[in-house]
Write a protein of this length. Structure first.
Lengths: 344, 533
């Protein structure tokens, strides 16, 4: 579908136009140019606000240990035996017992983060005017747009916690079995060597100590934002038009958490822990929807400028490791943008 | 020549009726007369049956009605020329005679056709002579002699040889007190037996035990070292009745077992319930395919805390089953040797004798020889209390196999049961028999070696450990030397299905491996395909 060429338009939005290199006047020869094809491209800078993240320190479930596990298997608990157990090192076999240890330390708990605040990037939109029609006395155009946006930010983390550390040790009777070579992890359905499901009460020991934990790291976030949907553009004046678009979006969120964590104890009965270093990365497509409002000022028949804002909702995502979990909240993000538009 | 019609009343004086395409029409009209003839009635229909190649088989019919009655036998609806008697004798059977037979009976009043009877001609004789569970009372042993009969046998002949170093002074005690028994001891280390039932009596169709051969046991031998073998001299092996002096009869000495573990016990090393059997070859010939069939080991319902409300049922499995048995030849096993109330031992109480045993009376002297045969219906395996034909209805039965059991040899076999609740002992019944061999080699593409995490000898077993992946199959192979492992390894059945976890495979001897391991005696490798990632 061909769109009729626009007539020369008066100068408008001088403040915006002043920052543009394009000429601010429409030349007479524009009138002689052929009709436009309906295709257009918009390119500009963009920001995203309200991208949130939260980091949570995880604690072991009560039935797990730092160096192994003994859990109920398919038989349940009635028999008092299980083949659903595992351990890490031969040193954990002491006599006829499997000794498992668990260290609970102070941690950073849950901390909310504002990622980038805002994230900076750019946006490229391609569109096509499907149809031009009258909306009252105004000329309106219905089209579709496909857009891509890129945003990136890096957030430093420097957290600390203090409290009491608890070191727990339990011994589980092996019942005379020869343990499989470490590391070993049995399964729920088995079969496998059976050991006692419950620890020997006499083997249960607990050591406590004041402790301090520090957590330092960086959260790097990159968003690739794809969107597609219809757009309605209404001419407000001969050069100024407003566009409203909405549709589907999908954000490819590429997030990395680099950190190092250390815990120190006052009681030497609890062995010192080395500094834990980790680099967790995660990338996923997160589906969603968007709505956008934009003002376009046509400098020439083919070149214009625009400003706009949008709201976008996308699914959250969670990633992490055995000790920390990061949740990226993309459910309510806002964007501001501005740039050039080109029509063909 | 008379003519007749099928199931068509012939009015007096009428002329013709067609006869199955074989006989001509009546030659002439009959003279009308008063219809005082009684139509024929078949009082005994021809009976279906089995026959073996080269054997004879007889159909018979009995009918009443106004004489004269005429008979014409049909094969698949076509008349058999010359077969016009109440008895159809088929001699020197061939497979062509596996067919449907019937007989047309006629008199002046009517012509009728019997029901169809089927003859099935088989390669091997469906009759089978065997040995039941060998029992011992003090210094004497009793070898039950069993037969799978077709219902037409009035006499059984056989010879049984034995090792005179173990057995002596054989005496045959018939189960039917009215039977006539004659023995022939003219051949060394062999007893010939002729057993004739009372006049008119026939063995019932199905399994039956016909008596017990009693021997004195040498002091230095066990009851299962008798070196038994059915022989054809001095008395050929055959069954007979008044019409057929030489009905074909197969004969096999069957493997025996006793339970070392009376009730399956849990082995915490493997996590499995185990029951050990001692399987013996009481015969004089090599047994190469001794199959141990496990029946009725039960099920258990488990509710576990990780899956609340989800019961785990039917979770008792014979884990080291090498195969599932789907069909038996002629729908029966050779002999399923079992004894449900034998106290898991060969010995009868000292106060008993074999006469009490034969009388099958109540009390300890009657070990209830029921269970010699198994009846399998639906998904339940029932050891029945009587000798009945064996039937199987597409129920796969788990089994393990022992190879190369020498005469007089006894070998342990460890049966392993996965029990989901770790608590309910399986209650298996076992059936031993001789069958086709299994393939003890993995598929040729299973060649990729798996890195072993360790091989240790502990508590009389080897522990072979390796990492596994879910969905991958692993074969354990072993040999006496590393060189043999590369070129002549034995492959363990069944293969191991990867669980995604580290597997600790236990070699505690047969049936996984040919003999119990000793420290330093064995080398292992594990192969698979594709190579675990």
């Amino acid at each position: 579908m061909k769109i009729a060429s626009l007539p020369p338009r008066p100068l408008f939005l001088t403040a915006l136009a002043a920052g543009l290199a394009a000429p601010s006047l429409v030349h007479a020869q524009d009138l002689d140019q052929p009709e436009l094809s309906g295709w257009y491209v918009r390119l500009g800078a963009a920001t995203r606000f309200n991208v949130k993240a939260a980091i949570t320190a995880l604690t072991l479930p009560t039935s797990l240990y730092n160096d192994g596990f003994v859990q109920p298997d398919i038989s349940g608990t009635a028999s008092g035996l299980t083949w659903n157990w595992g351990y890490n090192s031969a040193s954990q076999i002491v006599g006829n017992q499997l000794v498992l240890s668990r260290l609970d330390t102070p941690n950073i708990g849950r901390q909310d983060l504002n990622v980038g605040n805002p994230l900076l990037g750019g946006e490229l939109i391609g569109g096509y005017h499907l149809r031009e029609f009258k909306l009252g006395k105004r000329t309106a155009r219905l089209g579709v747009e496909l857009g891509y946006g890129y945003f990136s930010a890096s957030e430093g983390l420097n957290l600390a916690a203090a409290g009491t550390a608890t070191l727990t040790k339990d011994g589980f009777g092996l019942g005379g079995i020869v343990p499989p070579v470490a590391p070993y992890a049995g399964t729920f359905a088995g079969p496998g060597p059976l050991i006692n499901l419950n620890p020997d009460p006499a083997s249960h020991t607990v050591v406590t100590s004041p402790a301090a934990a520090t957590f330092q790291g960086t959260l790097n976030t990159t968003l690739h934002n794809l969107r597609f949907g219809p757009v309605l553009e209404v001419d407000l004046t001969k050069r100024l038009s407003a566009s409203f678009g909405a549709g589907l979006s999908s954000v490819f969120a590429d997030v990395g958490l680099n950190y190092m964590e250390s815990v120190s104890f006052s009681n030497p009965a609890i062995p010192a822990l080395g500094t834990t270093r980790a680099n967790d990365t995660f990338a996923r497509w997160r589906p969603g929807v968007y709505a956008e409002l934009r003002l376009n000022y046509q400098i020439t028949r083919q070149i214009g400028v625009f400003v706009g804002g949008d709201f976008q909702h996308n699914d959250n995502m969670t990633f992490g490791d055995a000790t920390h979990q990061v949740t990226l909240d993309l459910s309510k993000t806002y964007g501001l943008k501005g740039g050039l538009s080109f029509e063909f | 020549m008379r003519s007749f019609a099928f199931v068509t009343r012939r009015p007096a004086g009428t002329a013709t009726v067609l006869c199955a395409g074989l006989f001509l029409a009546l030659a002439s009209p009959r003279v009308a007369r008063a219809d005082t003839n009684t139509p024929p009635t078949i009082t005994t229909q021809p009976a279906s049956g089995f026959g073996a190649l080269g054997e004879d088989f007889e159909f018979s019919v009995a009918a009443t009605g106004t004489a004269p009655l005429t008979y014409q036998w049909l094969l698949n609806g076509a008349g058999l020329p010359g077969e016009t008697n109440t008895v159809l004798l088929l001699t020197n059977l061939t497979f062509v005679q596996s067919a449907s037979f019937a007989v047309v009976v006629a008199n002046a009043a009517e012509t009728i056709v019997s029901s169809n009877a089927t003859l099935t001609v088989q390669t091997n004789a469906p009759r089978r002579l065997g040995t039941g569970r060998i029992l011992q009372v003090g210094p004497q042993v009793g070898v039950p002699i069993t037969i799978r009969a077709n219902g037409r046998e009035g006499a059984v002949y056989f010879s049984l040889s034995y090792d005179t170093n173990a057995y002596a002074n054989p005496v045959f005690l018939p189960a039917n007190a009215g039977a006539t028994v004659s023995t022939n001891l003219t051949q060394p280390a062999t007893i010939g037996v002729t057993l004739t039932l009372p006049a008119g009596a026939l063995l019932p169709s199905g399994y039956e035990w016909i008596g017990l051969m009693r021997f004195d046991l040498a002091a230095n031998r066990t009851a299962l070292q008798g070196g038994l073998a059915f022989a054809t001299n001095p008395v050929p092996i055959a069954a007979a009745n008044t019409n057929y002096p030489a009905l074909l009869l197969d004969a096999n000495v069957e493997p025996q077992y006793v339970l070392v573990t009376s009730t399956p016990q849990i082995n915490r090393q493997s996590g499995l319930f185990e029951q050990q059997l001692l399987v013996s070859n009481p015969g004089a010939a090599l047994m190469t395919n001794v199959d141990i069939l496990a029946l009725e080991f039960g099920s258990v319902s488990v509710t576990n805390s990780l899956l609340p409300g989800v019961p785990q049922t039917n979770a008792i499995v014979l884990l080291n089953a090498q195969s599932n048995l789907l069909n038996y030849p002629f729908n029966d096993p050779l002999i399923a040797v079992d004894c449900t109330n034998c106290g898991y031992a060969l010995d009868l109480p000292a106060t008993c004798d074999f006469g009490s045993y034969l009388a099958n009376g109540a009390g300890a002297c009657s070990p209830n020889f029921a269970g010699t045969n198994v009846l399998i219906t639906g998904t339940n395996f029932n050891i029945v209390g009587q000798f009945v034909p064996f039937a199987i209805t597409n129920v796969p039965l788990p089994m393990v196999q022992l190879n190369n059991l020498l005469p007089g040899e006894t070998r342990p076999a460890m049966m392993e049961f996965y029990v989901a609740d770790h608590a309910t002992p399986p209650a298996p019944q076992y059936s031993l028999y001789l069958a086709d061999p299994l393939y003890h080699t993995p598929p040729p593409y299973f060649t990729m070696p798996v890195t072993l995490l360790g091989t240790r000898f502990a508590n009389g077993t080897f522990l072979v450990e390796f990492s596994s992946q879910l969905g991958v199959t692993y074969y354990v192979q072993y040999a006496a030397t590393p060189a043999d492992l590369a070129t002549n390894a034995q492959t363990v059945l069944p293969p191991i299905n990867g669980t995604g976890a580290h597997i600790q495979w236990i070699d505690d001897g047969p049936p996984k491996t040919d003999s119990p391991p000793t420290n330093g005696s064995r080398f292992y490798q594990v192969i698979t395909w594709p190579q675990p990632q």
